[in-house]
Design a protein. Structure first.
Length: 265
């Protein structure tokens, strides 16, 4: 079983744990007896995490989740006061999460997958060149059999899509192209409020899906046995989904100062 890496242990003046979760390891337990997950590994090393209570009892002070196939930074509160404080930050969009994605340039991706709304004028004008930045904004709805996917919803979406959306909250993803070579680019994506699969789905809508994303990259879906070559149209080889949680920024509840954590990929 993959093992977590401790990035920042809990301290008196920093009452939270930051870990680096490997790809393939779930973030949270599915049952009280489930130990094959990042939180349970964390609680084995820091038993005080089990004293924190949350809406989902078995998740204790886990502030957010990562998809199982996503590696990167997870934040866990070590005290009840810290948990309540950081939850409030999330509600007020003060908790920033940053992801690094290696993407395939596939402008036709949303049409191939179906269910996506029309691209905005800004999206249509977006150039996949280094230093280009765009902010995507939408509501979301569950999609596909078993609701295993999501789709953006906007005012231009069809009536059927809008009926499946509560329109209670808009979600924004800011995408900045860091570098590009041929039809592969590296993007940095930041959010302050998150919906399930939000960043991956927004990238797919923009036409730059994550390499080896089996849900939101149409080439990976049609040739799931191929790790990369058919995905990006080159001989470059990547292993696994190229999506990483690389940054966290929030206010330290003990000091009131903003704190930053980041990792390289």
């Amino acid at each position: 079983m993959q093992q977590i890496e401790i990035v920042h242990p809990p301290k008196d003046n920093e009452p939270f744990l930051v870990i680096n979760k490997p790809a393939g390891l779930p973030s949270a337990p599915l049952s009280p007896d489930d130990k094959k997950n990042a939180f349970s590994q964390s609680a084995t090393q820091f038993p005080q995490l089990l004293e924190v209570r949350s809406r989902k009892e078995i998740e204790h002070g886990l502030l957010h989740r990562l998809d199982t196939q996503t590696s990167g930074l997870l934040l866990i509160a070590a005290t009840q006061e810290c948990y309540a404080f950081l939850q409030e930050q999330q509600k007020n969009n003060l908790f920033q999460k940053t992801y690094t994605a290696k993407c395939a340039v596939l402008p036709e991706n949303p049409e191939k997958l179906s269910g996506f709304p029309e691209k905005t004028a800004g999206m249509q004008a977006f150039k996949t060149n280094p230093h280009q930045t765009i902010t995507l904004c939408s509501y979301f709805r569950n999609y596909a059999t078993g609701n295993k996917e999501v789709r953006p919803v906007t005012q231009t979406s069809g009536k059927a899509a809008q009926k499946k959306c509560r329109f209670d909250k808009k979600y924004e993803t800011t995408v900045t192209v860091i570098k590009k070579k041929d039809d592969i680019l590296t993007a940095e994506c930041s959010i302050t409020a998150g919906y399930r699969h939000q960043v991956r789905c927004h990238l797919a809508w923009l036409g730059i899906p994550v390499i080896n994303d089996r849900l939101y990259n149409f080439r990976t879906r049609t040739q799931p046995e191929c790790e990369c070559s058919a995905d990006v149209g080159t001989d470059v080889d990547f292993s696994g989904m190229q999506f990483f949680a690389t940054g966290l920024s929030f206010i330290n509840p003990a000091t009131g100062e903003r704190i930053y954590f980041s990792i390289e990929v």
